[in-house]
Design a protein around this ligand. Structure first.
Ligand code: NAI
Ligand code: MG
Length: 374
């Protein structure tokens, strides 16, 4: 490909810069050996941005994020910033990025690497070979719907005299756009979408079911679409997770389903994510990629962090933002190979011990395995 790929790297706080340094090794290797032209810019986010500028994300950084093909973020936050006002907390930087880029589709893969199958909370035979993708609507639903709040409610016999309100609200447009993302992704995978809601008890669930079916029938008739009640979906996820390819669901159910799916595959240090928005002028979706884990202040600065979650997040960028599916496959295969060789950061050590490698060593081994893939 002759395209240039523009990438804004925001390492953030705690272990963010440590794991991001390993991704930069991968980027440099792909540039030098696979002829990919990356235009990489680095900037500050979270506590690091607060320390330098008094805000967790400057307007200038936001403008850069708007201009690139993809944003890659490490992690934000740390005990030092817990005392800050809500408006300038590190998390606000992350939320501003998600909101202003309008990243409505959150992708959380749950992939079981064979070498780590015994880390799962489920039996090896249930999770071996697992490869599913949860697509969660991220910008609407009950976490955002109005009216909301806690109010006095002292009519009649309400003990305590208050009411707490949140509103699950979805428009057809919001459902259709995230459904399109899920169908597009399924086309590049095994061609199956299972949509989960509670159409049996929620009107927003009925609309969700009708609109996902509409998008399927009118735009993606070749992708298989099934519907499942979300409570049954969660049961199926822990009973027989390999029945799924892409799971499409709303913000609330997706929060629960994706956290449960994470436990099927083991350590937090292994889990990547992507958040996608509408297509830009060049046809690529607005996108931000980040590991699921946080800034891990308990191990920050010690060279102990597992860089794989961040490296796999970059593999998702290769696949979904840059159309480099073969390179993404090769990078994932390199991770699989290094794990199969028994290379482990401290978070992946079993009870029988062994000697863990450092963050930098894990990165070096993955780059070496990538070089050996071809
Ligand atoms: P955390 O994910 O940072 O850490 C939880 C546990 O997992 C810790 O014991 C940590 O050492 C371990 N861990 C996490 N990532 C690891 C990795 N790559 N390799 C090895 N071990 C790893 O969550 P926690 O402790 O609840 O939050 C710490 C800080 O991170 C807080 O300030 C929190 O607000 C922030 N945070 C930020 C997120 C983000 O930037 N997206 C997400 C979650 C938390
Ligand atoms: Mg959660």
């Amino acid at each position: 490909m002759s395209d240039r790929y523009s990438l804004l790297i925001l390492p953030g706080d705690g272990i963010g810069p440590e794991v991001m340094a390993e991704v930069v090794k991968v980027i440099d290797w792909l540039g030098a050996h696979r002829g990919m032209a990356f235009d990489v810019t680095q900037d500050l986010v979270g506590g690091a941005a607060y320390d330098a500028h008094g805000v967790p994300l400057t307007d200038a950084t936001m403008a850069k994020a708007q201009a690139v093909d993809a944003v890659l973020l490490g992690a934000v936050g740390g005990p030092k910033y817990d005392v800050l006002d809500f408006a300038v907390k590190p998390e606000r930087g992350l939320l501003r990025l998600r909101k202003e880029l309008d990243l409505f589709a959150n992708l959380r893969p749950a992939q079981c690497f064979d070498a780590l199958a015994d880390f799962s909370s489920l039996k090896r035979e249930v999770v071996a070979g697992l490869d599913i993708l949860i697509v969660r609507e991220l910008t609407s639903g009950v976490y955002f719907g109005e009216p909301r709040g806690i109010h006095a409610d002292d009519n009649g016999d309400n003990e305590g005299g208050r009411v707490g309100i949140n509103t699950q609200r979805y428009t057809s447009g919001e459902i259709r756009r995230v459904a399109r993302s899920a169908f597009e992704l399924a086309k590049k995978r095994r061609g199956k979408v299972c949509s989960m809601e509670k159409a049996n008890v929620m009107e927003s669930g009925i609309l969700w079911r009708e609109e996902t079916q509409w998008v399927h029938d009118n735009e993606f008739p070749d992708v298989e679409l099934t519907h499942m009640y979300a409570d049954n979906g969660l049961m199926q996820l822990v009973r027989q997770p390999r029945q799924f390819d892409v799971i499409l669901t709303d913000n609330l159910f997706g929060d629960l389903l994706s956290d449960a799916a994470a436990m099927l595959t083991g350590s937090l240090g292994m889990l990547p994510s992507a958040s996608l928005g509408a297509p830009m002028a060049n046809g690529r979706p607005r996108a931000m990629y980040e590991p699921v884990h946080g800034s891990a202040p308990d191990i920050a600065g010690q060279g102990k962090a597992n860089p794989i979650a961040c490296i796999l997040s970059f593999a998702m960028a290769l696949r979904y933002s840059f159309g480099e599916g073969a390179a993404a496959d090769a990078l994932e295969a390199a991770v699989e190979r290094v794990l199969a060789e028994g290379v482990r950061t401290a978070d992946l050590m079993g009870p029988d011990g062994g000697t863990p490698v450092s963050t930098a060593e894990m990165g070096d081994r993955i780059v070496a395995a990538l070089a050996a893939e071809a």
